[in-house]
Write a protein that binds this ligand. Structure first.
Ligand SMILES: [Fe+2]
Length: 126
C-alpha cells in the first residue's frame, strides 16, 4: 500500500505522484512498482539550494528553497513545495520555471510547521 503523503517516482518513465489517500494495492507505473522517495536532509550535498527555509510572520508562512535560492530554469527547477503541520500535509504549491523558488501560505496555527520540496533533478528534500 502507498504511504500517506508519500511521493513516488517511476524509474522507467519518470512519472512523479503525490499520494492524497493511500489504499492497496501498491502504486505501479510502466509495469513495475513505483519508488517511494525519501526526503534528503541538511547533511547531504546540495542542501544549501534544496532544504526549505520556513519563515513565519503571524499567520503568514513563507517557504524559500533554500538558503541560497534554487535555480528555476526550464531543465532544472523546484516543481512542488509542501507544508506540513504536526505531521499532516496542509498546503502545497506547484511551481514552474521562471518563478521564484518560494511559496507563501496562510495558516491558522503556525506551530509544528515543516516544509518539503521536490526538485525535478535532485529529488525530494525536507
Ligand atoms: Fe536541484
Amino acid at each position: 500500500m502507498a504511504e500517506q503523503f508519500g511521493v513516488y517516482r517511476c524509474e522507467i518513465c519518470g512519472n512523479v505522484v503525490s499520494v492524497v489517500e493511500p489504499h492497496p494495492p501498491e502504486l505501479v507505473c510502466c509495469g513495475q512498482a513505483m519508488t517511494l522517495l525519501k526526503a534528503k536532509t541538511k547533511e547531504m550535498e546540495g542542501e544549501e539550494k534544496h532544504v526549505p527555509v520556513v519563515q513565519v510572520e503571524g499567520n503568514k508562512v513563507v517557504v524559500k528553497i533554500g538558503s541560497i535560492p534554487h535555480p528555476m530554469e526550464e531543465k532544472h527547477f523546484i516543481e512542488l513545495i509542501q507544508l506540513f503541520a504536526k505531521g499532516k500535509l496542509i498546503a502545497e504549491a506547484r511551481l514552474y520555471p521562471g518563478q521564484k523558488p518560494e511559496a507563501t501560505f496562510l495558516v491558522e496555527d503556525a506551530s509544528g510547521l515543516k516544509a518539503r520540496e521536490y526538485c525535478n533533478v535532485h529529488g525530494l528534500w525536507g
